[in-house]
Design a protein around this ligand. Structure first.
Ligand code: 5GP
Ligand code: ZN
Length: 110
């Protein structure tokens, strides 16, 4: 079982921000910005490549929009990132969206 599935199951503790039957959001253990939240589908999918049920993406975006408002970063701006595979540095093989905000974010990313 992957590390994020263990977090979903509750075997590994996390700072949960939001949870429903399909989606879990929790604070990144090594935050790269004042707000750094990981938003994941509860159904395990390795990467974008393996994604078949695209409706989960709509669920994830609805949750990210809600969290951004609650965290107070909707007005100042934020970034949503998905790392896919080796060149993007995907470390955890469970699809996850990074929601980053609370400071100015440089572009392009390194
Ligand atoms: P990736 O590089 O795969 O896009 O991002 C994985 C993210 O998961 C990293 O930002 C890393 O800090 C975070 N992470 C890895 N293990 C854990 C964990 O056990 N708990 C939490 N909350 N975040 C984790
Ligand atoms: Zn998983």
């Amino acid at each position: 079982m992957c590390i994020f599935c263990k977090i979903i199951k509750g075997d590994i503790p996390s700072k949960k921000v939001y949870e429903d039957e399909k989606v879990l959001a929790f604070r990144d253990i090594d935050p790269k910005a004042p707000v750094h939240i990981l938003v994941i589908p509860k159904q395990h999918v390795d990467t974008v490549d393996q994604l078949e049920d695209m409706s989960v993406v709509a669920d994830l975006f609805a949750v990210m929009k809600k969290i951004a408002a609650e965290e107070g970063i909707a007005g100042s701006g934020y970034r949503i990132v998905v790392n896919h595979g080796k060149n993007a540095g995907q470390a955890v093989p469970h699809l996850h969206f990074h929601l980053l905000g609370g400071r100015e974010l440089s572009w392009p990313p390194g």
